[in-house]
Design a protein around this ligand. Structure first.
Ligand SMILES: Nc1ncnc2c1ncn2[C@@H]1O[C@H](COP(=O)(O)OP(=O)(O)OP(=O)(O)O)[C@@H](O)[C@H]1O
Ligand SMILES: [Mg+2]
Ligand SMILES: [Zn+2]
Length: 506
């Protein structure tokens, strides 16, 4: 038998089973009891908080042959058919995949016929904000004068995207995020029924990282159950949620901020002990540093970062402890050594040395003999340090533009696009461009940015064409790097000697 997702198995079938949302369940129950039913409802709010669930319960309740204080009986012919999703009078439409005007017109034609078995025809339109403008207009006509036997329940996570004309014709219910306590209690009930041992701390952790979305919480519990035969503890939860990576990256960055050699070595040990490859770890760390940079530059970084809310808060906190130039410098240094890390026979040692190499400018304990490229210095450090190193000119691309077809400068254009929410231009923020004919050569600060741009080739080219539509071709290059003190390999070997760590680079 195939495994049915736990959250579907645990979809409440009556109002009383729904967790929280009392402001909604109370009103809907009263509507069933008094028979005062509106012809259009709007269920809006965060995902996984019970919109579709309550729409289904309400659709059964208004049609149930023996309702019980507003709740559906879940036993009569109508309730049973509805639960099996074979009652033709209750239709669930996913507007994300049926968003055309024709889809809606078909419904509007259909509503004129009487229900086949039930009292009301109920149309649950999920993700209603996805409808096209013309589809909304078609729907509006029916919403204005619906036949008495029709009920529309529109569900959406983004009510702001609905036309005011539609909003004003619906009775609106805003779904709240479920409280951590509400989620923990529900999860405990499910875990007990599934005979799964789980610690209270693990339950609380699931509840906290689900941010009020009960479906996400149940899915995570489901995942934890399938990944262990034992009692689920906090580590299992963090592992399943993929949070271990963000946590260890945060530790490494904190150690960089604190110039903490032991912290770095401990973090590397932990990560490797968990079975992660040094190269995998480094690429994750680069992504994490990119996210910190986003936090520094964007008002709502959550939109551009794929991580849970707690992890993003941690990134925001760390972003306040550093200067953007410093983060860019870390990214540059680490990405330059990424290729070597993949080739070396002792990747773990190399990784440690690479990270320790980032500390050299700021600790007295770790003074390199060789001169490594200058590291930009945090503001508060600059004040204290009289002989501070100057910021390496080559690490900061100069903002010049040539042969632009536009009146506005390239950097202003990119900044505008970025402010308007285009994700694709993040890597272009400090770039320069040279256009000749239909060719554009875009210069960025480091390999990391370059490969990221190349990965998103098509979208990025579209953005560049927004600046000058003649461009048909874009090439990305890294700003000239002058290696002041030998190759990265030589630098790393020197640092290794200093720490008595054997380095073997092949
Ligand atoms: N308030 C709640 N009480 C009990 N279970 C809930 C509640 N909210 C969500 N769930 C659980 O999460 C699952 C999904 O909920 P539902 O489909 O109602 O969310 P939704 O608000 O429609 O989400 P989306 O916006 O993603 O469509 C349910 O099957 C149920 O297991
Ligand atoms: Mg839904
Ligand atoms: Zn019934």
């Amino acid at each position: 038998m195939s495994h049915k997702a736990l959250y579907r198995e645990w979809r409440p079938s009556s109002f009383s089973e729904v967790v929280e949302q009392e402001h909604i369940t109370k009103t809907l129950k009263r509507a069933v009891i008094t028979g005062r039913i509106a012809h259009a409802y709007l269920f809006s709010g965060t995902r996984g908080t019970g919109k579709t669930t309550l729409a289904k319960i309400f659709a059964r309740a208004v049609n149930c042959l023996h309702p019980n204080e507003g709740d559906p009986c879940n036993k009569c012919d109508i309730c049973t058919k509805a639960s099996e999703e074979v009652l033709v009078d209750i239709a669930e439409i996913d507007a994300a995949s049926n968003n055309s005007v024709d889809n809606i017109r078909r419904i509007c034609d259909e509503v004129n016929y009487m229900p086949a078995l039930a009292k009301y025809k109920v149309y649950i339109i999920d993700e209603v904000h996805m409808l096209s403008t013309s589809a909304f207009n078609a729907l509006l006509k029916t919403l204005e004068e619906p036949p008495a036997h029709v009920i529309f329940i529109l569900c959406t996570t983004e009510p702001d995207k609905l036309p005011a004309t539609v909003l004003s014709r619906c009775q609106r219910f805003d779904f709240h995020r479920i409280t951590t306590k509400g989620i923990s209690n529900r999860l405990r009930k499910i875990a007990d029924a599934e005979k799964q041992q789980i610690t209270d701390e693990a339950l609380d952790m699931i509840a906290r990282i689900s941010f009020g979305a009960l479906r996400d919480a149940i899915s995570l519990l489901d995942q934890c159950i399938s990944s262990t035969d034992d009692t689920i503890d906090v580590t299992d939860v963090l592992n399943c949620a993929g949070l271990i990576d963000d946590m260890s990256n945060a530790k490494v960055v904190q150690a960089l901020v604190d110039n903490d050699v032991t912290g770095i070595l401990n973090s590397v040990n932990e990560v490797i002990a968990e079975g992660k490859s040094p190269a995998g770890f480094l690429s994750g760390l680069l992504g994490y540093l990119r996210n910190i940079l986003v936090c520094m530059n964007v008002k709502e970084p959550d939109r551009f970062i794929e991580a849970d809310g707690n992890a993003v808060s941690e990134m925001k906190r760390l972003s306040k402890l550093m200067e953007p130039e410093e983060v860019i410098w870390y990214i540059k240094e680490l990405s330059e050594n990424e290729a070597v890390l993949k080739r070396t026979s002792r990747p773990k040692t190399y990784l440690e040395i690479m990270l320790l190499g980032l500390l050299v400018k700021n600790t007295e304990k770790v003074q390199p003999k060789v001169q490594v490229k200058d590291k930009p210095v945090r503001k508060e450090v600059q004040k204290a340090d009289a002989v501070k190193p100057a910021v390496n000119e080559t690490s900061k691309p100069v903002k010049t533009e040539t042969k632009s077809n536009q009146n506005i400068s390239w950097s202003k254009y990119i900044q505008d696009r970025f402010d308007k929410g285009s994700k694709d231009v993040f890597e272009l923020l400090q770039s320069t461009i040279e256009i000749s004919g239909n060719q554009a050569v875009v210069t960025v600060a480091n390999d990391f940015l370059k490969s990221s741009l190349e990965r998103n080739g098509v979208a990025v080219l579209e953005e560049i064409r927004g600046y000058s539509k003649d461009i048909t071709n874009a090439r990305f290059v890294v700003a000239g790097t002058d290696k002041v003190a030998g190759s990265p390999e030589q630098q790393i070997t020197e640092i290794g000697k200093k720490h008595n760590i054997p380095v073997e680079i092949i």
